[in-house]
Ligand binder design. Structure first.
Ligand code: ATP
Ligand code: MG
Length: 244
């Protein structure tokens, strides 16, 4: 069966193909491919589209980034492979610092991911990484001028351990995670339950249109529990009618 190009499923298949190619190129790890599969399952449950509550979370994320003193976007292999161009546009709109952070960190992977991001227009923070985040593995390695100074940090596709460590450092963490039950989603200051390639352009759009009074109002105290509950309700509603 051929899937029409405007069907959400078609978009998911393109994303999947791009990711598989990036494994072959040494940008995405095999573990990253598995994590993507889990994301796909949850995307299926929310209907492979941006829900109203996710849209409000994206608006809130834009407000938090706009009101930050030192916003940082922390990029891993999956995010770079899926959304290098979207990161570049978000960086342009926000002035945020983009830093690479990898679980399976090798100098070669860092170089390849930097090249991919830079060829899409991202300015990548370079320098000597230090063990800034209190973690025993290589995800501790960050940059003093990036994560070190960040007050608000956007972490698309974050792991629970690192999310917790960043919060302990006193940072506001914005996560993009399709799984509202993950440790990251439950701990983050704000979780956007949406697919990363849909979420990033929405945040960029809101950064360009938000009014000053909205920024103050939205960024004050994001209610993460509300966003997670709404995502669960949406999944519940869809499951209840799945076989209609
Ligand atoms: P946690 O460590 O937070 O409990 P986890 O161990 O289940 O989560 P990780 O591999 O650490 O999962 O993090 C990846 C997360 O990103 C997963 O929860 C997955 O649902 C989500 N995810 C994967 N691909 C995408 C995507 N393209 N867009 C949004 N979310 C995604
Ligand atoms: Mg994890």
């Amino acid at each position: 069966m051929t899937i029409p190009a405007d069907h959400p499923r078609y978009q998911s298949l393109i994303v999947r193909e791009r990711l598989a190619g990036s494994v072959r190129d040494g940008i995405v790890s095999l573990e990253g491919l598995v994590a993507h599969g889990r994301g796909e399952a949850f995307d299926y449950l929310i209907g492979e589209r941006t829900t109203d509550s996710a849209l409000l979370a994206e608006r809130t994320a834009a407000a938090m980034i706009r009101s930050a003193r030192h916003p940082v976007i922390s990029v891993n292999g999956n995010t770079a492979a899926l959304a290098a161009r979207e990161i570049a546009l978000l960086q342009q709109a926000s002035g945020a610092i983009v830093e690479i952070n990898l679980f399976h960190r090798t100098e070669e992977r860092i170089r390849k991911i930097s090249q991919l991001l830079e060829s899409n227009g991202v300015t990548v923070l370079s320098g000597k990484a230090e063990r800034i985040v209190p973690l025993s593995h290589d995800r501790a390695l960050s940059y003093p001028e990036g994560t070190g100074k960040a007050d608000v940090i956007l972490v698309p596709l974050e792991d629970g351990d690192r999310c917790e460590a960043l919060l302990k450092m006193g940072k506001a963490v914005i996560a993009i995670d399709l799984n509202p039950l993950s440790r990251t989603a439950r701990m983050a200051s704000l979780t956007i339950v949406d697919e990363v390639t849909r979420a990033l352009p929405m945040i960029t759009g809101f950064l360009m249109t938000l009014q000053e009074q909205d920024i103050v109002l939205l960024s004050r105290t994001p209610d993460n529990n509300y966003f997670l509950t709404e995502a669960m309700k949406e999944m519940d509603r869809r499951l209840a009618h799945a076989l209609d």
